[in-house]
Design a binder for this molecule. Structure first.
Ligand code: SF4
Length: 357
């Protein structure tokens, strides 16, 4: 199953979602949206970390009024999250939102839905339908008794039909649950039933550590099945951490073509260098590299270079020095005090070569 390659294509700003084997990273701001300075500052930090689409909450008119100014000052597509109020949806679309997240079934009277759809069509703004296991419609809960994957897909199809009946097809769908197994099942069923791109998330997954593990367990299972065209890691943490975790997760599945990966050994009694500190420093350094380079940091030269044969460049500790190696072959020895700097230079060189290609 390769759902993400086979979905419809949906434009969000200058990005195309779906129809390809790539997954776009999203995050959401934690600031008050009406506080433009704070919101833009947070979005800039997210952009720098590799966030490709950002969502802001729109709980009141002040937030809706801030959209044009926020939009003017950021570089990535802006999604505006609205609950129920079609007037805020209209304002967000008018204000330059690149996508809105609203469930058409919750807007109310048909005329209101029509108005939102008409405005979205006129501006080429897609709509994300966000199904959440914790807030399924009453008739669905009554039918299934409790939140189930079938109920979540039924809810999604219900909202999709409202938009399709108005000949609107720029749709993205999410089916979030905090329960990992439920989320996996819901996305699997949705991939069978829905041809629109799916936005992935394990909602309310927890703090940085626990939420990372939980999100990786759930989203990893879904991604490995070829499902998901965008994703957000939801953490009770700085949203920049969400982006970092998302990038790392996508790298694990070869779904991030513009990110460097670190290979580092677990250390053992053969260790010759302060590997943990070096690995952390190199990991920090390669965050900004926008090329698919594999960088290895290994504690010793006994097994090191051979164990990391797939690395494009690496360093292995030796007594008082470091051995720089490429694809398992040692290329030169460098003094211990400059080995990390030398490794960084080699990484930069490889990145340049990649950018020039
Ligand atoms: Fe141990 Fe060396 Fe392997 Fe690291 S690379 S785990 S130090 S044998």
């Amino acid at each position: 199953m390769t759902h993400r390659k086979d979905t419809r294509l949906v434009k969000v700003g200058d990005l195309t979602i779906g129809g390809a084997d790539q997954v776009v990273i999203q995050s959401m701001t934690t600031t008050k949206t009406h506080d433009v300075e704070a919101t833009v500052a947070e979005i800039k930090r997210l952009e720098e970390a590799g966030c490709q689409i950002v969502r802001v909450a729109c709980p009141d008119d002040r937030a809706a009024d801030a959209i044009p100014e926020i939009k003017k000052r950021i570089n990535i597509p802006l999604v505006v999250d609205i609950h129920f109020d079609y007037k805020k949806a209209l304002k967000a679309i008018e204000g330059g939102a690149d996508k809105i997240r609203i469930n058409p079934g919750n807007i109310g009277k048909r005329e209101k839905v029509e108005e939102v759809v008409k405005a979205a069509k006129a501006k080429g703004v897609p709509i994300r339908i966000g199904v959440n296991a914790g807030s399924l419609e009453r008739h669905i809960l009554e039918k299934y008794g409790y939140p189930t994957a079938d109920g979540m897909v039924e809810s999604a199809l219900h909202h999709i039909k409202i938009l399709e009946d108005l000949d609107f097809h720029d749709i993205i769908v999410s089916l979030k649950a905090s329960d990992v197994k439920l989320a996996i099942e819901a996305y699997e069923k949705a991939a069978e039933a829905i041809s629109y791109p799916l936005h992935l998330g394990i909602t309310e997954s927890g703090t940085l550590f626990a939420g990372t593990v939980k999100s990786a367990a759930g989203l990893g299972a879904i991604l490995s099945k070829g499902i998901g065209s965008t994703l957000r890691i939801s953490l009770s943490a700085d949203p920049v951490e969400e982006v970092k975790v998302a990038r790392e997760l996508l790298k694990s599945y070869g779904l991030a073509s513009n990110a460097a990966t670190l290979i580092s050994c677990p250390t053992c009694g053969r260790i010759e260098i302060d590997l943990i500190a070096i690995a952390n420093e190199v990991e920090e350094y390669i965050q900004t590299i926008k090329a698919p380079i594999k960088v290895a940091v290994l504690g010793c030269a006994v097994n090191g270079p051979g164990e990391a044969r797939e690395a494009d460049i690496g360093i292995a500790g030796a007594r008082g020095e470091g051995l720089l190696f490429r694809h398992g072959e040692i290329i030169r020895k460098v003094p211990e005090d400059i080995m990390v700097e030398e490794l960084k230079k080699e990484v930069d060189k490889l990145a340049e070569e990649h950018y020039e290609k």
